[in-house]
Design a protein around this ligand. Structure first.
Ligand SMILES: C[S@@+](CC[C@H](N)C(=O)[O-])C[C@H]1O[C@@H](n2cnc3c(N)ncnc32)[C@H](O)[C@@H]1O
Length: 233
């Protein structure tokens, strides 16, 4: 999929990694990193599973833009039967996530430092059970809307890699991004919005773990929680 280059939103310069973080990037990341090129073979990526044969019965879950990795690692700890892939372009975030992985001892988490759109393009068809997009960069100015992650071409690619019945969980505290996302998904023939009542989008889904950006309350509205289902083929 062709996409505009990744732009940094509201971020100041990267901080120098602390010695412990730098050591984790050097020693642990190579064991957990997705291959840099080519089609991603999920069985190979998660093999050998320290949990043995039959691991991964909880599905494959992708988190796009995991920030510091708190949510990713908390979900991995809560769902040891699932396999998790986290993608985040910001090295400081990857280093922070590695610290959470090490401290928690979670096993089936793989990471990629870079653009989730490039990872998705290398995933096989029909391989993901759940995708989290939590408080993505809002790009609130109209002239910057084209930089938003949620675009028609991106949804086409998500639809390709999601299993029928799989789910996308999206949260934002920017009203216009919530409206934009809802409109994009509603227009897409392969997705449905699963909300049945207002409380479904006013509050988080069961088991949600508060993220750093949610706590910062930088947006212009209360968080909006949108769940979309990949329609059955
Ligand atoms: C506002 S932060 C939210 C971080 C985290 N999800 C949270 O709620 O605390 C958005 C994150 O998305 C990442 N990001 C932006 N574009 C991305 C892309 N194309 N692929 C993966 N991550 C991306 C940014 O680096 C940033 O860490």
């Amino acid at each position: 999929m062709d996409h505009p280059p990744l732009r940094s939103y509201g971020r100041t310069k990267a901080r120098t990694l602390k010695p412990r973080q730098a050591a984790l990037v050097e020693a642990l990341l190579p064991h957990l990193a997705l291959p840099e090129e080519g089609q991603i073979d999920l069985e190979a990526v998660f093999s050998p599973s320290p949990r043995g044969e039959g691991a991964g019965g909880g599905g494959v879950i992708l988190e796009i833009g995991f920030g510091g990795g708190e949510h990713l690692v908390a979900q991995a700890a809560a769902h040891p039967d699932a396999r998790f892939i986290g993608v985040e372009p910001f090295l400081n975030g990857v280093a922070s996530c590695l610290r959470h992985i090490e401290e928690s001892g979670v096993q089936d988490v793989r990471l990629h430092q870079g653009d989730a759109r490039d990872v998705i393009a290398r995933l096989p068809d029909v391989c993901l059970d759940l995708v989290y997009i939590l408080f993505p960069d809002p790009w609130p100015k109209t002239r910057h809307h084209k930089r938003r992650l949620i675009q028609r071409g991106f949804l086409d690619e998500l639809a390709r890699v999601l299993k029928p019945g799989a789910e996308v969980r999206f949260a934002t505290d920017w009203a216009n991004y919530a409206e934009w996302t809802l409109e994009m998904f509603l227009k897409h023939p392969e997705f449905t919005w699963t909300a049945e009542r207002a409380d479904d989008w006013r509050g988080p889904w069961p088991g949600q773990v508060t993220t750093r950006y949610e706590q910062k309350k930088l947006g212009d509205c209360k968080p909006v929680w949108l769940r979309f289902g990949r329609l059955l083929a």
